[in-house]
Design a protein around this ligand. Structure first.
Ligand SMILES: C[S@@+](CC[C@H](N)C(=O)[O-])C[C@H]1O[C@@H](n2cnc3c(N)ncnc32)[C@H](O)[C@@H]1O
Length: 249
């Protein structure tokens, strides 16, 4: 074993535990802790796992549904097979991926959609957070379209500007929405999870056509997205399109 591997394992009990239990990622414990607190997944549920690579959450889902429900994992990256789950390699924002999911489900709905989706990090916090906000909002739209009434949804969010817009959109679509940070999340990380329970039949009155549309309006209202009136040199394109330079770097 390399010295670095040994030091990281010594420092990170979740990584050590994941390895000893055969989970592919330490993040498996984040889902287990969410499950312990909110009882999101039940035996026999159909689960869609968005951003499933390398497969920790998919492994936990298969265990929780006890082989009686369907578990589908989707990721841009190739994920090696997991007994009891169907894995799709694809982009969740593309209609061909959604069609593939529907084919496997034979038009049945999901009980639970879980999304640990996260972009390939650039290291610039504002950029990464903006892209992550867009991906999580897209996951919310996908979840709303795929879930049965009363279904549950979990998504990762990175704290930062615009997140309140996403929380509001979630509250328009689910009866109960809570933020929760599992202890397995790294202390230095700004990640947290939005736990959305009980999908409503329809979005509440006053909602837009999609969460993406609502979050875009929220970003415009708080002065983050500028549709026009800005000098092109003052703008940069990331995540939710045009970001004003300056405060964002
Ligand atoms: C933090 S990892 C997920 C870890 C996983 N929950 C586990 O326990 O093994 C986030 C994943 O989101 C995936 N991802 C990012 N954008 C995506 C997209 N548009 N469609 C599908 N997956 C995406 C990334 O490829 C990455 O593997």
């Amino acid at each position: 074993m390399s010295k670095r591997w040994y030091q990281e394992n010594k420092r990170d009990p979740w990584r050590r535990q994941a390895k000893s239990k055969g989970y592919r990622a330490r993040s498996a414990y984040k889902l287990l802790q969410i499950q312990e607190k909110f009882r999101i997944i039940k035996k026999g549920n159909n689960i869609l796992d968005i951003g499933c690579h390398p497969g920790g959450w998919t492994q936990v889902s298969v265990e929780l549904v006890e082989d009686t429900g369907k578990v589908i994992g989707v990721d841009l990256l190739m994920t090696s097979s997991i007994d009891g789950a169907e894995i799709i390699m694809g982009d969740i924002t593309e209609s061909s991926t959604i069609e593939r999911i529907s084919e496997i489900m034979e038009n049945n709905e999901f009980d639970v959609v879980i999304s640990d989706i996260s972009p390939r990090l650039t290291g610039r916090y504002d950029t990464d957070q903006a892209i992550s906000l867009e991906l999580s909002t897209m996951s919310l739209d996908t979840a709303f379209n795929q879930l049965k009434v009363g279904g549950n949804f979990i998504t990762k969010i990175f704290q930062g500007r615009g997140v309140e817009g996403l929380v509001e959109s979630a509250k328009r679509r689910f009866k109960n929405v809570n933020r929760y940070t599992p202890t397995a999340s790294r202390t230095a990380s700004s990640e947290t999870y939005l736990i959305c329970q009980n999908r409503l039949l329809n979005p509440r009155k006053g909602s837009g056509n999609s969460a993406i549309e609502e979050v875009k309006i929220h970003l415009e209202n708080i002065g983050i997205i500028t549709e026009n009136g800005m000098n092109a040199e003052d703008e940069t394109v990331v995540g939710f399109r045009k970001y004003k330079k300056g405060k964002n770097g």
